[in-house]
Design a protein around this ligand. Structure first.
Ligand code: ADP
Ligand code: MG
Length: 370
């Protein structure tokens, strides 16, 4: 009490800082699962199996068949800002992995009970290790065990170290679970050749298969695998327009000669009048990274609503551009991206969508008038 009254500025205990910051990196069930899936993809997995107990509140387990983790990396694995993905600040410009901040495992470790089972592909002994970690990120136990090459990360009782967050998580469990599934759909739609499954075990052993998609190499096949061919049949392919009219450019405050083909679009969107009542199936990717680009989403939805006022489009849109045009390091979850000259991109989107919707709408007008 004396210390509190004395107004002395002093450092917060390191363990406390770690707890505080970890809660900002891993905010929800979705972020936890997303980080682990990204780690598996970064490590080169072609199969990722996710198993949840009680919608993830009791246990989250993610297994992959990737490279595994070398024994020399066990110590640093769950330590803050320890990563194998970048060493220099300049590396950020050319980053091709989902991760680079070295925060996910250390944060998850502070917020739950973390166990890692792994066998590295070059391991001479042909066995794996089971590692348990303290909340601080130190190894608390290490034993040998049988394991194929790859890694399993197990989180028990996510958020139990943050009582308020934990209560909210349990209270909104099903909603959080559905959000998480939607985040997983994003990875299923964008990642090439990775088989992904997700199961949820509830009550006395009831198991539901939530996701099971083989690893296809085209977006079209992946949409069918996740949402079925009926969904695909209601969509039109987004074929990028090579011209952007002066009118559209000036709507976005751009001069007539501002247009540059800096962005490549690939994707599918609902035909007018074949949309959905809710906007729950809208997936955006920039350079293969699932993200939530507010302005891009707004422009697309606005254009769609001029053709189909009361519906919302299914959207699966992949935008590719040079890595230098995007800053992914805006928020810890990397779902907010800064896109350079975003207005040009918005103008391209609008110029691309209007003719596509116009053609689709006139094709069923002519069908229905026959
Ligand atoms: P980041 O992904 O930003 O590097 P993380 O905390 O997510 O940070 O992971 C720390 C490190 O642990 C990674 O850089 C990687 O070397 C290793 N790692 C994590 N998950 C896996 C996995 N599934 N397979 C192989 N290595 C992994
Ligand atoms: Mg990571």
């Amino acid at each position: 009490v004396d210390n509190l009254r004395s107004n002395v500025i002093r450092p917060i205990d390191r363990g406390v800082v770690h707890q505080i910051c970890s809660g900002q990196v891993i905010v929800t069930l979705s972020t936890a699962v997303k980080e682990l899936v990204e780690n598996s993809i970064d490590a080169g997995a072609t199969a990722i199996d996710i198993r949840l107990v009680e919608y993830g509140s009791k246990l989250i387990e993610i297994s992959d068949n990737a490279s595994g983790i070398e024994e020399s990396n066990f110590e640093g694995l769950a330590l803050k800002h320890h990563t194998s993905k970048i060493t220099e600040f300049e590396d950020l410009g050319s980053i091709s992995t989902f991760g680079f901040r070295g925060e996910a495992l250390s944060s998850l470790c502070a917020l739950s009970n973390l166990t890692v089972i792994t066998r590295h592909k070059d391991s001479m002994q042909k066995v794996g290790y089971k590692l348990e970690y303290e909340h601080s990120g130190k190894i608390s136990s290490k034993t040998r065990c049988a394991r194929e090459c790859g890694t399993t990360v197990i989180l028990k009782d996510l958020f139990y170290t943050l009582p308020v967050r934990h209560r909210e998580f349990i209270r909104n469990l099903k909603r959080e679970f559905h959000r998480m599934i939607n985040v997983l759909y994003g990875y299923c739609l964008v990642v090439n050749g990775v088989r992904i499954s997700c199961n949820n075990v509830v009550g006395n052993g009831g198991l539901s298969k939530v996701i099971s998609v083989p690893g296809y190499n085209t977006m079209r096949e992946r949409i069918v695998a996740v949402f079925g061919s009926k969904q695909l049949n209601s969509l039109i392919e987004i074929k990028q327009s090579d011209v952007v009219s002066g009118e559209i450019l000036s709507e976005f405050g751009l001069s007539e000669d501002a247009y540059e083909r800096k962005y490549e679009l690939e994707g599918y969107i609902s035909q007018p009048n074949q949309g959905r009542s809710s906007n729950d199936r809208q997936f955006f990717f920039i350079n293969s990274r699932p993200c939530d680009p507010a302005k891009i989403s707004r422009v697309i939805n606005e254009v769609y609503h001029t053709f189909s006022r009361s519906q919302n489009p299914f959207i699966c849109l992949h935008i590719r551009t040079n890595r230098e045009n995007v800053d992914v390091n805006v928020t810890p979850d990397k779902r907010t991206l800064y896109v350079q000259n975003e207005k040009i991109l918005l103008a391209i989107l609008k110029a691309t969508l209007i003719p596509i919707f116009t053609a689709a709408a006139s094709s069923y007008q002519s069908v229905s008038s026959q």
